[in-house]
Design a protein around this ligand. Structure first.
Ligand SMILES: [Zn+2]
Length: 317
């Protein structure tokens, strides 16, 4: 059966009808409103629009934040407070007339990479997405790890430097605070102050330096920008080494917007994994760039919906 995956992000909602083989038949995008009522309305509108003309058996909503699975609710979302505490499943199911499940966006993207992307040949995958924040998910023996309440797999909020910079979650020194797009931007602004004559320093005189600026300058061979990405990669590697030790994955796939910088970050991360992780896990784990890009959330969510609802679909005809 076809299923719909919806990826609810901080700025946009993407919905797609996906075949069992992972082909997106139709896709729509809407801006993410920041009031709960309009949020539900826009998600319902996106689902109805994309469903038009297709036979669909179910929907999975990939949401940014911590989920309480027993209540089908998001209890905390650093980047989308409008989604906190609202009865997503009940309200949406009655509007769209399809069964709907809810999953953390990092978990859904991990499932996408596992089924159709960088982990499609593996049974054990760790996926990390470096964006504004850091999301992630873990698949062990072909099973998505959700934990007791559905809020497991929060790889971005593992503490890797106890006295490190403050994280959006309130803790200090999370992987997210040290190796996200936000962390790249912060590091670049620090370097700009230290070295006002550098390209980053000159850019900082005109406007705020962002993570993307660093990737662009690094691509041109700028030394300061390259060192910012290298430092970010080292911190990423500290986190990945821990994941390699704990989960013994075959593949560690890294995605998200910051992976525009690709090997400029991953090379340093691999070095750190080799230094810190233990054999035999260290020697098995292949650290590579995720392959689905921004579509991993929609593809993974749709695959999760299919797994969950294909039985109901058959029974219901
Ligand atoms: Zn955190």
């Amino acid at each position: 059966m076809n299923a719909i995956g919806v990826d609810v992000g901080g700025t946009k909602i993407a919905a797609g009808v996906v075949t069992p083989q992972g082909r997106i038949l139709d896709e729509v995008r809407y801006p993410t409103p920041h009031s709960p009522e309009t949020l539900i309305e826009n998600v319902a509108k996106a689902i109805k629009e994309v469903r038009d003309g297709h036979e669909v058996g179910g929907v999975c909503l990939a949401v940014p934040g911590l989920i309480l699975a027993s209540e089908n609710k998001v209890i905390f979302s650093a980047n989308l407070h409008a989604i906190e505490g609202i009865p997503l499943k009940d309200e949406l199911e009655s509007k769209i007339g399809l069964p709907l499940s809810i999953e953390n966006d990092g978990n859904a993207a991990a499932w996408g990479e596992f089924r159709f992307g960088a982990g499609s040949e593996a049974d054990h995958l760790v996926f990390v997405a470096l964006g504004t924040g850091v999301g992630g998910g873990v698949i062990t023996d072909g099973v998505l790890m959700r934990g007791a309440q559905g809020s497991g797999g929060e790889l971005g909020h593992v503490t890797i430097q106890a006295t490190g910079p403050r994280c959006a979650c309130g803790n200090h020194g999370c992987l997210e605070a040290l190796a996200s797009g936000t962390a790249i931007g912060r590091r670049a602004r620090e370097r700009a102050v230290e070295q006002p004559d550098s390209a980053l320093g000159r850019l900082a005189m005109r406007r705020q330096v962002l993570g993307e600026d660093v990737t662009e300058l690094a691509g041109e061979g700028n030394e300061v920008a390259l060192s910012v990405l290298d430092e970010t990669g080292r911190w990423l590697g500290v986190g990945l080494a821990g994941f390699v030790n704990v989960f013994n994955p075959e593949v560690v796939a890294v995605g998200g917007g910051a992976m525009e910088a690709g090997e400029l970050i991953l090379e340093a991360a691999r070095r750190e994994v080799l230094l810190r992780a233990r054999p035999p896990s260290r020697d098995l784990a292949e650290v590579k760039v995720a392959t689905l890009g921004p579509k991993s959330g929609v593809l993974g969510a749709a695959a999760l919906a299919r797994d969950e609802f294909s039985g109901e679909y058959l029974l219901g005809g």
